[in-house]
Ligand binder design. Structure first.
Ligand code: 6A9
Length: 785
C-alpha cells in the first residue's frame, strides 16, 4: 500500500459558529481512472456530504448543532448550505449570531484509490471558539443511506463506547465497511437527569430506519421525525419544567436494526474529534494513523501544485493573494457535485415556441400554460455549481467558465465534467440550460422556474474548453497519457459537438431574408428563442436591454458571436481529428459568418456592434445599447488585431463615460437610458466572466504578431489596468465581507446579489495567473501567450 502517492484528495472545511468555512483542497492525480474520481464530497448543497458518482448508491453526510439550549438545536441544526436572515456572515467565513453556535468545525477529507473506487476517510474536529465556554455541548449526526439495491446494516462488532461499524454491499462498490471512531480524549456528558438510566450518553446512539429512497435526501426531516417523539415523551414523563437538558432530550430513538438509513449520533462536550472511514472490501484499508500522516502531506502537495499551475502573477505575488486565490479555487472545486434524477421538460413542441409571429411572447405564454409538462427520464450530471447555498446545480453556460481554471488543475476531472454535460444532449442536439435533476434539486427551485424547453439555448461556453483542449494537444506540452486521454475524449464527444452546433443553426436562426441589407449569407444570422418583453434568459444576460418591442425578425449579436466561436472550435477539432470534409463545411460557414458580421451588426453611426430589428415599415435598424452585447464579437475572438473596428471597440471599453470603471468593465454604458434601471441585473453591474473574456482578448491582441503597434500598445495598457482593477476589487470585497459575490457595483465596487458565489467569480484565479504585458519605448516587449 503506497499511501503517499495514492492519496489523491484533501478537503478541509473549517467553520465558525456552526457552519463551514476554510480552505478546501482537492488535489487530484492526473491518472485517468474512475478509481480516483468515484468518491468525493459530491453533494455540494450540504456542508459535508459524500457520495460516489453512481446513481442509487450510498449517500453520507453530517448534520450538527450546538445543544446548550433548545433553541440552538431546533433552529441551529446544520446540514444543507443555507443563508439565514440573521447571519452576520456566511459560508467559508461565517459567524452565526442567531443560533449562537460557538464551535469551529474542521473536516479533513482524504481519498485512497483502489479497485472498486477505493476508500475514503474524514476527520471531524470541533473546537470551542474564543468566546465560548470550554464545556459547550455539540450534538452531531453522521448519516448514511442506501438508495438502491444492496445491504447496509449495523455490524455486531459495533462497540457503542468505541467504534461504530456499518457493513454493506452495493452495486459497483462491492463490500465495504463504514466506521465511526470514538475519537481520542473526547469529553462525554455525565448523568444529571434520571432520563440517563434509560438513555446514557457516554456512548454513541444509533437509529436505523427504512426510508423510501425518494425521501433519503430530506435528512433534517428524518432526524427531527425521529427525535420529536422522544422530546414529547420526556415532556410527558418529567413535565416541561423537569425535562432533561437539551442535549439529552434532543436525541434519536436509538434503535439499531436493519434498515437503509442509519443515523449515528454523538453528544460531545467541549473540544472533540473523531474519524469516519469508508473502507472498500477491495482495499485499501484506512486507519486513523493513515489520516494523521496524509492530511498534512496533502495540504503540502496542494500548495506545491497550486504554485505550479495557478500561481498568481505580478502584481499579485504577495502571500495574501495566493491565499485568496487558493480559497476561491478550492471553493470552486469543492463545489463539484454529482447529480442524478429526472427533470421537467415541456416536450409539447408547440409551434409557438418558434416565436415566428409578431406578438409571439403572448402566444408562448399561452402555450406554456396549456402544455402538459413531461418528466424526462433520470440522468446523471457531474458538474461544478455557481453557488453552494443558492444554486447548487448545473448551469450550462456557467460551466464553461468554471472549467477555465479547473482545466489547468486537473485534466481528467475536466474531461469527465465535459463528457457528463455533453451526454445530457438529447437526440436533437439540445442541452437544457439549467439542470434541476431529481426531487432534492427541485426542492430549491420555485415551480415556475423548474420546466426546461427544448427550443431554448444558452451560450455554448463549453466550446471554450474544447478550444483549450485542442490548443493543449497542439502545444505538445501534455504527457503522452494526457494527450491520449484528451484525444480519446474529443473523438468520443465530437459527434455531439456537431449535433449541438447543428441544433443551434436549425433552431436559433435569424431571418436575414426580411432584411433590406445585402447580407452575403442568408444563413449566418441568429436570434435567441425564449424571449419575453423584458428578458432573454436564454442569452444568460437576462434583463440586458434588447430591441423593443420584440420582433420575430430581430438579430442578436451575442448569439451570432457564440455560433462563430462554436464554428472556430469545430474547425480546429475536426482538423485535429482529420475529419476533412467537416473542416471544409465549418470553414465555409465561418467565412460566411465573418462576412455577415459587419453587414448585419456593425453600426457606423454608433461605432459599435449592435443587435438589429425590423421596424413598422419593414426596414431593418440597429438597436444599440452599448455594453457587453456590443463587445461580444471581440470577446469571442471574432474581431482580431487587424480588424478596422477594433480601435472603436477598445475605445468603448476604456471610456469611463461608457464602460470603464475603477472596478472592472460594467455591463451597460453609463450613457444608456436603461443604465441601472429596473431589476438592474445586467444593466450596470460588473460581472467577472465577461471581464475575463475581455481581459483574455485584450491580451491576445497585445501580444499578437499581427496588428499595428498603436493598437497593441493600447490593448496592453487596458489589459494591465483592467486586470489589476478587477482583481483588486474582488480581493478587497472578499477581505471585507469574507465572500466572493455574484456581481460588483460599478460605482462602489461593492459585492452584491448572491453571496458566496464561488462559481464563475472564481475566474479571478485564472486572471491572476495571467502575466502582465510589459510595454517599453512604445512597443510591447513582453508577454508571450
Ligand atoms: C431561479 C431561484 C433559491 C443568473 O449563475 C446562474 C445564472 C446565470 O447562468 C445567468 O446568466 N444566474 C444569470 O443571469 C442565476 C440564476 C438563478 C435562477 C434560479 C430560482 C431560486 O433560488
Amino acid at each position: 500500500l503506497r499511501l503517499g502517492s495514492l492519496f489523491v484528495s484533501f478537503l478541509s472545511l473549517l467553520s465558525l459558529g456552526g457552519t463551514v468555512l476554510g480552505d478546501e483542497q482537492v488535489p487530484l492525480t492526473q491518472s485517468s481512472s474512475n478509481d480516483t474520481l468515484l468518491w468525493g464530497p459530491y453533494r455540494p448543497n450540504l456542508y459535508f456530504g459524500v457520495r460516489p458518482r453512481l446513481p442509487n448508491s450510498i449517500l453520507a453526510g453530517l448534520a450538527w448543532a450546538n445543544a446548550d439550549t433548545f433553541d440552538a438545536v431546533s433552529y441551529g441544526l446544520r446540514h444543507t448550505c443555507e443563508q439565514g436572515e440573521d447571519m452576520q456572515g456566511y459560508g467559508w467565513d461565517e459567524y452565526d449570531a442567531r443560533t449562537g453556535n460557538k464551535i469551529d468545525l474542521t473536516i479533513d477529507f482524504v481519498k485512497a484509490p483502489g479497485p472498486s473506487g477505493g476508500s475514503w476517510a474524514a476527520r471531524v474536529q470541533g473546537k470551542p471558539m474564543k468566546d465560548a465556554s470550554k464545556n459547550i455541548v455539540t450534538t452531531l449526526f453522521f448519516h448514511v443511506g442506501l438508495e438502491g439495491l444492496g445491504d447496509l446494516a449495523v455490524d455486531p462488532k459495533t462497540d457503542r463506547k468505541g467504534t461504530v461499524i456499518l457493513t454493506g454491499q452495493a452495486d459497483k462498490l462491492g463490500d465495504f465497511t463504514i466506521e465511526v471512531t470514538a475519537g481520542k480524549n473526547n469529553k462525554l456528558p455525565h448523568k444529571v437527569h434520571p432520563s440517563w438510566d434509560e438513555k446514557p450518553l457516554d456512548r454513541t446512539l444509533i437509529t436505523s430506519l427504512q426510508v423510501p429512497p425518494e425521501h433519503l435526501w430530506a435528512v433534517k426531516n428524518i432526524i427531527i421525525a425521529d427525535v420529536k417523539p422522544n422530546i414529547d415523551r420526556y415532556a410527558k414523563e418529567y413535565g416541561t419544567e423537569n425535562i432533561p437538558p437539551p442535549w439529552a432530550a434532543f436525541t434519536i430513538s436509538d434503535e439499531p436494526r436493519p434498515g437503509n438509513f442509519h443515523i449515528i449520533q454523538k453528544v460531545l462536550v467541549g473540544a472533540f474529534d473523531f474519524d469516519i472511514f469508508y473502507n472498500s472490501g477491495a482495499g485499501p484499508h484506512l486507519t486513523s494513523e493513515d489520516l494523521d500522516k496524509h492530511i498534512a502531506a496533502n495540504s503540502k502537495s496542494f500548495k506545491t501544485k497550486f504554485d505550479a499551475v495557478l500561481k498568481p502573477s505580478a502584481p499579485f505575488t504577495k502571500a495574501e493573494y495566493t491565499g485568496f486565490s487558493q480559497s476561491l479555487f478550492s471553493n470552486l472545486l469543492g463545489g463539484v457535485g454529482y447529480f442524478y434524477g429526472d427533470s421537467l421538460v415541456d416536450r409539447s413542441y408547440a409551434p409557438e415556441y418558434d416565436e415566428d409571429d409578431e406578438g409571439f411572447w403572448e402566444q408562448t405564454a399561452e402555450a406554456r400554460a396549456r402544455a402538459q409538462v413531461q418528466q424526462d427520464p433520470a440522468r446523471e450530471l457531474f458538474t461544478a455549481v455557481p453557488s453552494r447555498p443558492f444554486f447548487p446545480r448545473g448551469f450550462l453556460w456557467d460551466e464553461g467558465f468554471h472549467l477555465v481554471p479547473i482545466v489547468e488543475w486537473d485534466l481528467d476531472l475536466t474531461l469527465d465534467i465535459l463528457s457528463s454535460w455533453f451526454n445530457l444532449m438529447d437526440s436533437d442536439g439540445w442541452i437544457a440550460r439549467e439542470q434541476i435533476l431529481g426531487a432534492e434539486a427541485r426542492s430549491k427551485v420555485p415551480q415556475e422556474f423548474q420546466v426546461q424547453y427544448p427550443h431554448y439555448a444558452n451560450p455554448p461556453t463549453l466550446f471554450l474548453i474544447i478550444e483549450t483542449l485542442v490548443a493543449k494537444l497542439k502545444s505538445g506540452k501534455l504527457s503522452a497519457a494526457q494527450a491520449a486521454a484528451v484525444r480519446e475524449h474529443l473523438t468520443a464527444i465530437y459527434p455531439l459537438l456537431k449535433r449541438q452546433y447543428t441544433w443551434f443553426r436549425r433552431t436559433q436562426f435569424g431571418d436575414v431574408k426580411s432584411y433590406d441589407r445585402d447580407a452575403p449569407s442568408t444563413k449566418e444570422a441568429y436570434r435567441w428563442r425564449g424571449r419575453s418583453v423584458q428578458h432573454i434568459l436564454t442569452s444568460g444576460l437576462d434583463d440586458y436591454p434588447r430591441p423593443q418591442p420584440p420582433h420575430p425578425g430581430e438579430l442578436h449579436v451575442d448569439l451570432f458571436s457564440w455560433v462563430g466561436l462554436m464554428q472556430r472550435a469545430l474547425i480546429s477539432t475536426s482538423t485535429l481529428l482529420s475529419e476533412t470534409d467537416d473542416t471544409a463545411t465549418f470553414t465555409s460557414h465561418h467565412n460566411a459568418l465573418l462576412k455577415n458580421l459587419d453587414v448585419l451588426h456593425w453600426s457606423d453611426k454608433d461605432a459599435a456592434y449592435c443587435d438589429a430589428s425590423i421596424d413598422d415599415y419593414d426596414e431593418s435598424y440597429h438597436v444599440c445599447h452599448k455594453g457587453y452585447i456590443s463587445l461580444f464579437p471581440f470577446m469571442t475572438g471574432l474581431v482580431g488585431p487587424t480588424n478596422p473596428n477594433l480601435p472603436a471597440v477598445l475605445d468603448l471599453i476604456a471610456d469611463p463615460e461608457h464602460l470603464w470603471s475603477p472596478y472592472g468593465i460594467r455591463s451597460l454604458s453609463k450613457q444608456d437610458p436603461h443604465y441601472g434601471t429596473e431589476e438592474n441585473y445586467w444593466r450596470s453591474p460588473i460581472w467577472v466572466p465577461m471581464n475575463y473574456l475581455i481581459i483574455k482578448q485584450l491580451r491576445a491582441v497585445a501580444v499578437s504578431a499581427e496588428g499595428s503597434k498603436e493598437v497593441k500598445v493600447k490593448a496592453a495598457k487596458i489589459y494591465n489596468e483592467l486586470r489589476e482593477n478587477l482583481v483588486k476589487n474582488v480581493y478587497q470585497q472578499w477581505k471585507e465581507t469574507g465572500f466572493a459575490w455574484e456581481q460588483y457595483n460599478p460605482e462602489t465596487g461593492k459585492g452584491q446579489r448572491t453571496q458566496h458565489f464561488t462559481g464563475w467569480t472564481s475566474l479571478v484565479v485564472s486572471i491572476m495567473a495571467m502575466e502582465r504585458v510589459e510595454v517599453k519605448g512604445g512597443v510591447v516587449v513582453h508577454g508571450e501567450l
